[in-house]
Design a protein around this ligand. Structure first.
Ligand code: 13P
Length: 367
């Protein structure tokens, strides 16, 4: 229909599933069955609809200014992109209602962010000899000594763990490893078990880093096994997920991330998930100087949280710390960690300089 239905109105008509497109609809409509009707780009301003069944109707890009609905059944009505100036439901302005909801929702999210402690973790990768590790941590200690609202972690090579634990003993800097094997012990030359790390006093362990996946053939299946082994040993896993550049270009970022989350945390209970940290590290941003924009990071971190909510429920999802990693530095950290779903960072290159790492920690501290 593409009509001008002015001043006429209709009474006791059955107009189910009708489609009105670009119509001007004025007058009085009462006791009609208008269920399933679709109104697109119509002007309903000044019309009055009473005692009508409008269940499941769709109103898209409709001007509803001054329209009156009384005693109608509006269940399941879908209103989108409509002009709602002066519109009220039982005397309450719809615009104000929407505004109120949006603000509360935002505040709610921000409050939940405040509940999660930000975690800024350095991933040193294959860098630093023992004397260099000692010097870096000695320099860092006094710079961050007063920070108590941010969890500070240094994930260091296996050879530096003992040094790092000794230098940071009694401080607010926690120590993590960069990987662990999934078996408890046995003939696995060159590997380190989760129990070996836990016994030393190591608290965190990075798992599923893209460099491990890329250069050492680690898969979601072994990341899942490692995560379970780390949890069984009492370690806190920092599980890394992230898409390759061509996966982003092919527009499948969300599919890739959802798959990694589902597989990496397969068969892990909600209680155990709460002990994990997730690091979103887009592979194209790691060590390339190409950071994801704060909005891109927020978008994927929010997607990770939504995926967790589907798997574990909203309450669990809201409690999980989700970090961003990939060329995070002293210059861009503040904007990244200001985002609602970005609860910190996993930092490579910039964690090797005490001053830069401190600036990133302070960004989360002040944020
Ligand atoms: P960069 O900060 O050097 O890009 O590395 C990020 C990373 O891989 C942290 O795990």
């Amino acid at each position: 229909m593409n009509d001008k239905i002015t001043e006429h109105g209709a009474e006791s008509c059955c107009i189910t599933d009708a489609k009105f497109h670009s119509c001007e609809i004025k007058g009085e409509f009462s006791e009609n069955n208008m269920s399933g009707c679709r109104f697109e780009r119509c002007n309903l301003s000044g019309s009055a609809l009473a005692e009508s069944d409008m269940t499941g109707a769709v109103l898209d890009k409709v001007n509803l200014t001054g329209a009156e609905f009384t005693g109608c059944d509006l269940s399941g009505v879908n209103i989108s992109d409509c002009k709602l100036e002066g519109a009220e439901i039982d005397g309450i302005s719809i615009k104000e209602l929407i505004e109120f909801y949006k603000n509360n929702h935002k505040e709610n999210k921000a409050m939940k962010k405040n509940v999660r402690k930000a975690i800024i973790a350095g991933n040193w990768k294959m860098n630093k000899t023992r004397p260099e590790a000692k010097a870096l941590l000695e320099e860092l200690k006094p710079m961050v000594a007063d920070v108590n609202d941010v969890e500070i972690v240094a994930c260091v090579p296996f050879t530096n763990l003992e040094t790092a634990l000794n230098v940071t003993a009694g401080t607010n800097i926690k120590i993590g490893a960069e990987n662990c094997h999934f078996e408890k012990s046995g003939a696995f030359t060159g590997e380190i078990s989760a129990d070996m790390l836990a016994e030393m006093g190591v608290e965190y362990v990075v798992l599923g880093h893209s460099e491990r996946r890329q250069y050492f053939a680690e898969t979601d299946e072994t990341v899942n096994k490692r995560t379970k082994a780390a949890l069984a040993a009492g370690l806190k896993p920092i599980v890394c997920v992230g898409e390759l550049l061509w996966e982003r270009e092919c527009n499948i970022t969300e599919e890739v991330i959802a798959r990694q989350i589902k597989l990496d945390f397969y068969d892990i209970s909600a209680d155990d998930l709460k002990k994990c940290v997730i690091a979103y590290e887009p592979v194209w941003a790691i060590g390339t100087g190409k950071t994801a924009t704060a909005d891109q990071a927020e978008e994927v971190c929010a997607f990770i949280r939504a995926t967790l909510a589907k798997l574990y429920g909203e309450e669990v999802a809201e409690s999980i710390t989700i970090q961003y990693g990939g060329s995070m530095n002293a210059g861009n950290a503040a904007e990244l960690v200001s985002k609602t779903n970005v609860d910190g960072g996993l930092i490579g290159g910039a964690s090797l300089k005490a001053a830069d790492f401190t600036t990133i920690i302070m960004a989360a501290h002040n944020g």
